[in-house]
Design a protein around this ligand. Structure first.
Ligand code: S3P
Length: 179
C-alpha cells in the first residue's frame, strides 16, 4: 500500500488461471479475513454471468468491474480480494489497488496458464482463441508490466499446489511486516 488511506486489503492479482480465487479463499480462511471475489460481485450486481456480460461488450464488463473494485476499495473491513486478470489495465483500478491494500501478484508462466486454461472454462477472452497458448502469451506480454507496477509482492506459482502458494504468500507477507 503506497498511501495509508484505505482498509489495507490483501489483493491478489495476476492472469486468469493463476489461482487467485482458489488461493484467495484458502488464504482468507488461514488469516481470518473475509474473502471477496470481484468477478463474483460483478455477476451478482449485474444479475448476469461474465460470458453474458462480455456478450454485451467488454467495455460494459470493465465499467462494472471498476465500479465494484472502487466500492470494495472503500470498504471499511479488510478482506482478501481476488481481482479479475484484466482489471490492472485501467489506471483508476491500479490506483485503487495501490491505495487501499497490499497487492500480491500470483505469477504463472504461460505454459502453466495454458495447461490450466486449455478447456476455456467460461473465460470469454479465450473462448474464441484458436490457440489458447498463443492468446495467453499475448495477454501476459501486455499485462505483466501492469502486474509488476502494482505488486508489493510477487509469488511464483508454477508447480505449486494451493497450500504451497498460501504458505508462500503468508511467509512473504510476514517478511515485509504486512500481516
Ligand atoms: C478476465 C479475467 C477473468 C474475468 C474476465 C476477464 C481478464 O477473471 O474478469 O473473464 O481480462 O483476464 P479471472 O482472472 O478471475 O479469471
Amino acid at each position: 500500500m503506497t498511501e495509508s488511506s484505505g482498509p489495507d486489503h490483501l489483493y491478489l492479482v495476476g492472469m486468469m488461471g493463476a489461482g487467485k480465487s482458489t488461493v484467495g479463499r484458502a488464504l482468507a480462511t488461514r488469516i481470518g479475513l473475509p474473502f471477496v471475489d470481484v468477478d463474483t460481485m460483478v455477476e451478482g450486481e449485474a444479475g448476469r454471468s461474465i460470458p453474458e456480460l462480455f456478450a454485451e461488450g467488454e467495455e460494459h464488463f470493465r465499467r462494472l468491474e471498476a465500479d465494484v473494485l472502487s466500492t470494495v476499495g472503500q470498504g471499511p473491513e479488510p478482506a482478501v480480494v481476488a481481482v479479475g486478470g484484466g482489471a490492472v489495465l485501467a489506471e483508476a483500478n491500479r490506483r485503487v489497488l495501490a491505495g487501499t491494500g497490499t497487492v500480491v501478484w500470483l505469477r504463472a508462466a504461460p505454459s502453466t496458464l495454458r495447461a490450466r486454461l486449455e478447456g476455456g472454462d467460461g473465460r470469454p477472452l479465450l473462448a474464441r482463441a484458436g490457440d489458447v497458448g498463443l492468446a495467453v502469451e499475448k495477454l501476459v506480454a501486455v499485462r505483466a508490466p501492469y502486474y509488476a507496477d502494482v505488486a508489493d509482492l510477487i509469488v511464483d506459482v508454477d508447480g505449486l499446489g494451493v497450500v504451497d502458494v498460501v504458505d508462500a504468500v503468508q511467509r512473504r507477507l510476514q517478511a515485509i511486516g504486512r500481516r
